[in-house]
Write a protein that binds this ligand. Structure first.
Ligand SMILES: Nc1nc(=O)c2c([nH]1)NC[C@@H]1CN(c3ccc(C(=O)N[C@@H](CCC(=O)O)C(=O)O)cc3)CN21
Ligand SMILES: CC(C)C(=O)C(=O)O
Ligand SMILES: [Mg+2]
Length: 264
């Protein structure tokens, strides 16, 4: 079977089929997620927290993401592979192209970067050069020191309008997928409806076009914190493969995330 393409994901949105995504960092879990039919695997810079034990994602390097992308790509044959560009690896367009090229050569099919207006030029340049891009708005963890903590974003009207206009600008700049993190359900629904491209939520309610979770949260094994929006799918299943299948089933049915995992 051929690898899932961005156009397949766009078609899923048109057909009202929910997209299931999860982070992956190694060959063994990537094989399980791939076999389970998870559409998108993200080598997230969350690895700085869940693998390396840092307090934030800021210490993660391009080399770290490259290493884990190689591992995931070795077994993921069907899922679309997205690699996070880490903190300060896309400060200028030229730096962005160089680092995105490293991750694409390691086996990524798409790169993800955080931010709105300020990344628009780099997004356009990447797409022109043949590199598909996923945007990331709302709670952008690489900006935790500016945001003042891991907090819900877009609760005030002005902030909500800025998130909507940044989303539209990213789409116009060529982004083919957008992650929305920690925003109120109603705003996430509004943005998902305003965009043609699929919107993938995390802590953004059930009305987005798909969901993503950090794999450690889906199995309840994250050291330190467990965000309110996450769910331990091992509790009801007791088995990794069945937990992954249940996550996908509940995303497709629209039963995950429930109200208790969402912000209003
Ligand atoms: N294990 C893990 N899961 C994640 O989802 C995740 C990471 N790590 N590391 C990178 C970022 C950081 N993320 C985070 C971290 C903390 C919260 C958090 O504590 N959120 C509060 C919301 C507080 C509010 O109401 O404003 C929560 O209760 O969930 C959310 C996202 C998301 N990402
Ligand atoms: C939580 C997801 C969206 C992410 O960016 C990561 O895992 O780094
Ligand atoms: Mg990330």
């Amino acid at each position: 079977m051929a690898r899932i393409s961005v156009s397949h994901l766009a078609k899923m949105k048109t057909n009202n089929q929910k997209i299931t995504c999860i982070t992956a960092y190694d060959a063994s879990f990537a094989a399980i997620f791939d076999q389970a039919g998870i559409q998108v695997l993200l080598i997230g810079d969350s690895l700085g927290m869940v693998l390396q034990g840092h307090e934030s994602t800021l210490p993660v390097t391009v080399d770290d993401i490259k290493y884990h992308t190689t591992s995931v790509a070795s077994t993921a044959k069907q899922s679309l592979i997205i690699a996070d560009l880490p903190f300060m690896s896309y400060s200028t367009p030229a730096q962005t192209y160089d680092n995105a090229a490293i991750l694409m050569r390691a086996g990524a099919n798409m790169v993800k970067l955080e931010g709105g207006e300020w990344v628009a030029e780099s997004v356009k340049g990447l797409v022109e050069r043949g590199i598909p891009v996923c945007g990331h708005l709302g709670l952008t963890p690489q900006s935790v020191n500016v945001l003042g903590g891991y907090r819900v974003q877009g609760r005030e009207d002005a902030q909500a309008e800025k998130l909507l206009s940044d989303s539209l600008l990213l789409e116009a700049s060529g982004v083919q997928l957008l992650v929305l993190e920690c925003v109120p359900v109603q705003l996430a629904e509004r943005i998902s409806k305003a965009l043609t491209i699929p919107v993938i939520g995390i802590g953004a309610g059930a009305q987005t076009d798909g969901q993503i979770l950090v794999m450690h949260d889906a199995f309840g094994i994250s050291a330190g914190f467990c965000p309110k929006f996450s769910k331990n799918f091992l509790v009801e299943t007791g088995d990794i493969r069945r937990a992954v299948a249940l996550y996908k089933e509940q995303v497709e049915a629209g039963t995950f995330p429930a109200d208790e995992h969402s912000f209003y």
